[in-house]
Design a protein around this ligand. Sequence first.
Ligand code: SF4
Length: 523
Amino acid sequence: MSQQVENIKPGYPLFRDADYQKSLDNKHSQFEERHSEEQLQATFAWTTTEEYQALNFKREALTINPAKACQPLGAVLCALGFAKTLPYVHGSQGCVAYFRTYFNRHFKEPIACVSDSMTEDAAVFGGQKNMFDGLANAKALYKPEMIAVSTTCMAEVIGDDLNAFIGNAKKEGHIEQEFPVPFAHTPSFVGSHTTGWDNMFEGILRSFTLNRMDDKQVGKNGTLNIVPGFETYLGNYRVIRRMLEQMDVSYSLLCDPSEVLDTPADGEYRMYAGGTTQEEIKDAPNAIDTLLLQPWQLVKTKKFVESIWHHPATRLNIPMGLEWTDDFLMKVAELTGKPIPNVLAKERGRLVDMMTDSHAWLHGKRFALWGDADFVLGLVKFLLELGAEPTHILCHHANKRWKKAVEGVLAASPFGKSGRVYTGADLWHMRSLVFTDQPDFMIGNSYGKFIQRDTLHKGKAFEVPLIRIGFPIFDRHHLHRDTTLGYEGAMYLLKTLVNAVLERLDEETRQMGVTDYNHDLIR
Ligand code: SF4
């Protein structure tokens, strides 16, 4: 055998060795009823055609490679953004293992999250007993100061009532009456991870402020509330804080998991770190206004803030790219009376300089992209500012109004003419699109690497490289530490995009004596 103790090889290249290849051949020939290589290739080729794409887009009852995750996953991320808060999922254990590994793989951090492990008996008789034991055990073992409860499909299918269960748990003494247990129903058969974030956030606001509005007054604390929404770029929490501090604005970032998802390796395990405090949530109705950084995904939050807190919840687009960051800062200045300082004006100027330096390389480049609604909208806007052409624009979970909004942004730019917007579509749809109308690049999460592999299989000329921006990113390290919001975020996006273009050009021009006449040192 080629695997030897002195020279341990990983799966690649080990399985390319002759003895493993022989063993695989034997498996194919002796135990599999495998189609011929010719038939496999013919079927592959057919899946790249317009005929196949038409059939693919008629698909109704099946999702293949969804470009979204399920509601409780978003609820868990939301709960992680509050101080000493334990995310608790009422439902099956496997779901919670999935949420934890999803975040582990993206953030490369341990994720504290518990489940009350509903099994067959709970599925038949309801999960109240699980919740009684679960709340008591979770509090005793992990000593949180808040437990934020969401649900999985199983609990929703049988109709478990969180309000009643938590109320009964308190009444029967499984957990103290005054211990905060905000909750949200997060049925995964509707919406997505962003809906789950919105539901959990609204549940937390509801729990701390709904019946405590008597002494509240809009503007009393002179603070601005900022709600990030489902946000996985840790740099985005930091850049928003930095810009507001540079403006000398008093603010409250309502939900901030950037500490607990980025704890140092110094010998001390921190189950809880940072996060928005309960005091901040209680005081939040006294703020001047509540700005939602990702308004398309914060529908329930907006309704609550407007109707219960009576905040204007002033409408803004996600502060991505140049113009929408300008809008954000100008709105903050208008609401707080604080001027935009020179240091931010200078940063803006640097971004404009970078855009000017790189625009020749990005001009006319065609990008396919997918992700969450606000992220995609913001990226489309910034691509257009760069003179790039967003072509296939896909959001799995977004409504018709969002589609119209993206089309409006495309229509306002000469570079938006070839842009087509798809909602309710998945990455198998995207695969068809990049075969039938080839863009130069894809921008999206790690799952896009399989589309890149497939396009390469058709031939080098058909390969569509993936630029990893979004969530989740499992196969590259530490990209989640970067920033996509504000001028700083635009600089990161620009740097990532233009260098992907230059890397591709180098790749295409490094063939000695054939294309290397253009393998330039200076780009
Ligand atoms: S979709 Fe439902 S069953 Fe699947 S992980 Fe999410 S909550 Fe669990």
